[in-house]
Design a binder for this molecule. Structure first.
Ligand code: FNR
Length: 361
């Protein structure tokens, strides 16, 4: 049962904040370093103004869309988030049930609390797998085969976190990532070598970190679409196309990696311009309202992903909470489309955005 009075994603956040110990909430809701990028993500969506349109013919309107061969009821997806078990005993299975009930694609994290096979089995319908390339190719290959065998429909390769960002809030609150990661069972962690004068980041994690060549390798090992998550630079977006990526996700990891990186709403239009329709572009970071979704689509995204709010809804209401959250955002998107006179996802273009100087977009 959903507690009464929950009307939007922000209400779920407020309710969830009181349910966790400070250390766990610092992990689940926190950001990198000073949180500048995380705040910028929100502020940038808020700063975009929409142009209301009236008396449009909205008969037959819908939010359906198509992505990598999948027919989706709406363009709202669940971003990969590690360790759902911290938020709810049902963990990723509860999230997946909520996602399935609302026709939203869930991207299951490599660092899920439950094994990918278990998450796959607990609800019908397609899902994607977020893939961290492993320091050793044979380990990447094993993880890949597991994800394929479990039935994932696409691989989301997260490329913006070869090292964790600075997590000062977590450190202050004393968060210790407990529990192992069932998807990485039997795989070897990166070896940190010891050389005087060089720090552990460069010696260990960056020595073993994925490089562009690994994307071509992964493409050669799978027939699944490979979508790179964490692209913020137009140059990297072009490189992703060259490397054979089937799609990209404009993301700054919810502001959890490089603090002072721009908001995704700032990067998105530059990247869609560079990509020029060659591959689908998705976007996440700070999406909390249907109007945010509309704005992302107007700037050229084909779909958006929701990170922290799914964890808030999961903590408050389990599978029902997740389903409720997605339904709220979907209804909000419909309201936003109705009031900007757009009848279909394909009909959402830059024209919905109010241009402050009066020029046409
Ligand atoms: C994440 N994110 C993430 N991304 C990823 O590729 N693999 C992962 O395992 C995780 N884990 C993770 C844990 C937690 C607690 C959070 C909050 C985020 C990043 C996530 O996919 C997404 O990019 C952001 O969360 C989107 O921003 P919002 O919606 O949280 O503002």
């Amino acid at each position: 049962p959903i507690p009464s009075g929950i009307t939007c994603a922000g209400d779920y956040e407020d309710r969830a904040a009181g349910m966790f110990d400070p250390a766990t909430f610092a992990y689940l809701n926190g950001a990198g370093a000073d949180g500048i990028t995380a705040r910028a993500n929100r502020a940038a969506w808020d700063a975009i103004r929409l142009e209301p349109r009236v008396l449009a013919d909205m008969r037959g309107a819908d939010t359906e869309t198509r992505l990598f061969g999948l027919n989706l009821a709406h363009p709202l997806m669940l971003a990969p988030v590690a360790r759902h078990g911290l938020a709810h005993p049902g963990a990723e299975c509860a999230t997946r049930r909520g996602a399935a009930a609302t026709g939203s694609l869930m991207v299951v994290s490599t660092q899920s609390s439950m094994a990918i096979e278990e998450v796959a089995a607990c609800a019908p319908g397609p899902f994607w797998f977020q893939f961290y390339l492993q320091p050793r190719r044979e380990d990447s290959e094993r993880l890949l085969r597991r994800a394929e065998a479990a039935g994932c429909a696409a691989l989301v390769v997260t490329v913006d976190a070869p090292v964790s960002g600075l997590r000062n809030a977590e450190q202050r609150a004393g968060f210790v990532p407990a529990g192992d990661c069932p998807n990485l069972d039997g795989l070897r962690p990166p070896v940190v070598r010891d050389l005087p004068g060089r720090g552990p980041t460069f010696l260990g994690l960056m020595d073993a970190a994925p490089r562009w060549g690994d994307i071509a390798w992964l493409k050669s090992r799978t027939r699944l679409p490979v979508i790179l998550k964490g692209i913020m630079s137009p140059n990297d977006a072009l490189r992703a196309v060259e490397a054979g990526a089937d799609g990209i996700i404009v993301s700054n990891h919810g502001g959890r990696t490089l603090d002072t990186a721009p908001a995704t709403a700032e990067a998105l239009p530059r990247i869609t311009r560079a990509i020029a329709g060659r591959i689908p572009v998705l976007c996440d970071g700070g999406i909390r309202r249907g109007t945010d979704v509309l704005k992302a689509l107007a700037l050229g995204a084909q779909a958006v992903l929701i990170g922290r709010p799914q964890i808030h809804a999961l903590a408050v209401g389990g599978a029902t909470g997740v389903a409720h959250l997605v339904s709220i955002l979907r209804s909000e998107l419909e309201v936003a489309m109705a009031l900007t006179g757009r009848r279909s996802i394909a009909g959402i273009d830059a024209g919905v955005i109010w241009s402050s100087d009066g020029s046409s977009p």
